[in-house]
Design a protein around this ligand. Structure first.
Ligand code: EPU
Length: 462
């Protein structure tokens, strides 16, 4: 569900009945059939033109729960219209926040009347970032509970470092029947050294520590652009967070926070996805609303692969005319090469003139898409966290299935490069993180459409 649909559904919300619940899409109609959604792409043409990047998903899904700490009105601009954002907004609404849509990417969120400190299980399971509600609820109310989060299956995704931080700040937690409960009678500052660099644990610790008494020091933290964005948002709400973007973050707890206006940074990975799409299709694309500094690890690899990247103040132009050169890439926490770009680079390197090696440094199981790419003619051998890619002259069209969000985007890019018609199924993964992918690609001259087929109709046709 996207944000516009969420607000359309809210219009029927005042009439309380299960009929309305069904209209909101929460309760399925009796005998309702699943809708099968797919992208159909006729590839083989260069992408040319301009595209505007939306707000960063991984900042937005942390900043939305963080509005709870304001206990007042926040106006958030540059929110991406994606289903993970819609889910976060739904959760806030279900907990008692009032939400007003100002324009397609701006919401006013008033969290002053939140009384519920439990995230509805069916919503929290739809995405990974629902765990940020724990830190925000703990900071404001001293308690919260969230069902074990869902999200992309990239191998084991433990949250021990989140819980370690909460415990260090004086909270108790228990996991019961798949739900995490946290509680504290007053958070106290602490010096916390994370055992592993974690984006989620760094943000969750910040969300709780802004209200802890004293000076919290977080060491061995993540440094991604969205960590800095969340810290800036917290400071705009009255928090005192310093050092975000370095290895050590210092947080002096404050008693009160307040509402604010804030604009979310552009999405580094969405921008990177269009950069790769421009290069592999031998196109020429101006990608607007980006922070070129955030793209440096991606730019460096694309240039080594033979693409040209021109940087402007808030845009980059990518084009590529010659062959793709093979590369070795190891994904690492920022400022290393981002793991979320790994499947996209694998697609690009599948057409390189030679052998490339990609080593996944973050997740145990982020090569599940490789079988799908092999269907498209790629020559890739995976051994654990290492993929050896022998470049082939061209990718072939095929029916494929998105195995997770970035893998899905990578398959769309592969389909854009393959001469002929490909179909990508299970696009719900992709729609969790890419705003209007079809519209934006069509604006660049791509031949792509989104098709919805009720399963019933599909079965009758078979
Ligand atoms: N880890 C632990 N214990 C923890 C937390 C993490 O061992 O308590 C390990 C993980 O198993 C992993 C590593 O630490 O090996 C890094 O995990 P991290 O916590 O940084 O990942 P995350 O916060 O769950 C976010 C993004 C991911 C992105 C990673 C790494 C969000 C909502 N998700 O996940 O984004 O891959 O950071 O940059 O911010 C995506 O957008 O497609 C996506 C999967």
């Amino acid at each position: 569900m996207n944000l516009l649909l969420f607000f359309r559904q809210q219009r029927c919300y005042n009439i309380k009945s299960s009929v309305i619940e069904k209209k909101r899409g929460i309760l399925p109609e009796k005998g309702e059939f699943k809708i099968l959604k797919k992208f159909v792409v006729r590839g083989g043409r260069p992408l040319v033109g301009e595209v505007t990047v939306s707000g960063a998903k991984n900042a937005a899904v942390a900043i939305l729960p963080a509005t709870i700490l304001a206990g007042g009105k926040c106006v958030l601009e540059n929110l991406p219209n994606i289903s993970d954002v819609a889910t976060s907004v739904q959760i806030l609404h279900a907990m008692g926040a009032s939400i007003r849509m100002i324009d397609k990417s701006t919401l006013e969120i008033d969290t002053s009347r939140i009384v519920i400190t439990e995230v509805p299980a069916e919503m929290s399971r739809q995405m990974r970032a629902s765990y940020y509600f724990l830190g925000a609820l703990l900071g404001r109310f001293g308690r919260g509970c969230v069902s074990m989060p869902g999200g992309c299956d990239l191998g084991p995704r433990p949250i021990d470092q989140h819980l370690k931080a909460f415990a260090a700040l004086g909270a108790e937690f228990r996991v019961e029947y798949g739900t995490i409960h946290v509680r504290s009678d007053g958070l106290q500052a602490e010096h916390i050294f994370f055992d592993t660099v974690s984006v989620g644990a760094t943000i969750n610790a910040m969300l709780a520590a802004v209200k802890a008494e004293g000076l919290t020091i977080l060491e061995n933290v993540a440094k991604e652009p969205h960590i800095v964005d969340v810290a800036n948002f917290l400071n705009t709400m009255g928090a005192d967070v310093r050092g975000a973007g370095t290895d050590v973050i210092k947080i002096r707890g404050v008693k009160e926070m307040h509402g604010c206006n804030y604009s979310i940074i552009p999405d580094q990975i969405e921008a990177g996805s269009y950069m790769v799409a421009a290069a592999i299709t031998r196109g020429n694309v101006l990608i607007r609303n980006v922070i070129p500094k955030h793209l440096e690890p991606i730019t460096a690899k694309l240039e080594r692969a033979g693409a040209t990247v021109e940087e402007y103040d808030d845009a980059v132009r990518v084009y590529c005319v010659g062959d793709i050169e093979p590369l070795n890439i190891k994904t690492m926490p920022h400022p290393g090469f981002p793991t979320d770009m790994q499947p996209l680079m694998a697609v690009l390197l599948s057409t390189a003139k030679g052998t490339s090696i990609i080593t996944e440094g973050i997740w145990d199981n982020r090569f599940r898409y490789v079988d799908e790419l092999i269907r498209m003619g790629a020559n890739i051998q995976v051994d654990g966290r290492v993929a050896v890619i022998e470049g082939v002259p061209a990718l072939q069209p095929a029916p494929v299935r998105a195995t997770d969000l970035r893998a899905g985007a990578a398959l769309v890019v592969a389909a854009l490069a393959a001469d002929g018609v490909s179909e990508i199924e299970e696009i719900g993964h992709i729609e969790r993180g890419y705003e209007d992918l079809v519209g934006k690609l069509r604006g660049l001259g791509a031949d792509i459409k989104r098709i919805e087929t009720p399963e019933k109709q599909l079965r009758q046709a078979l």
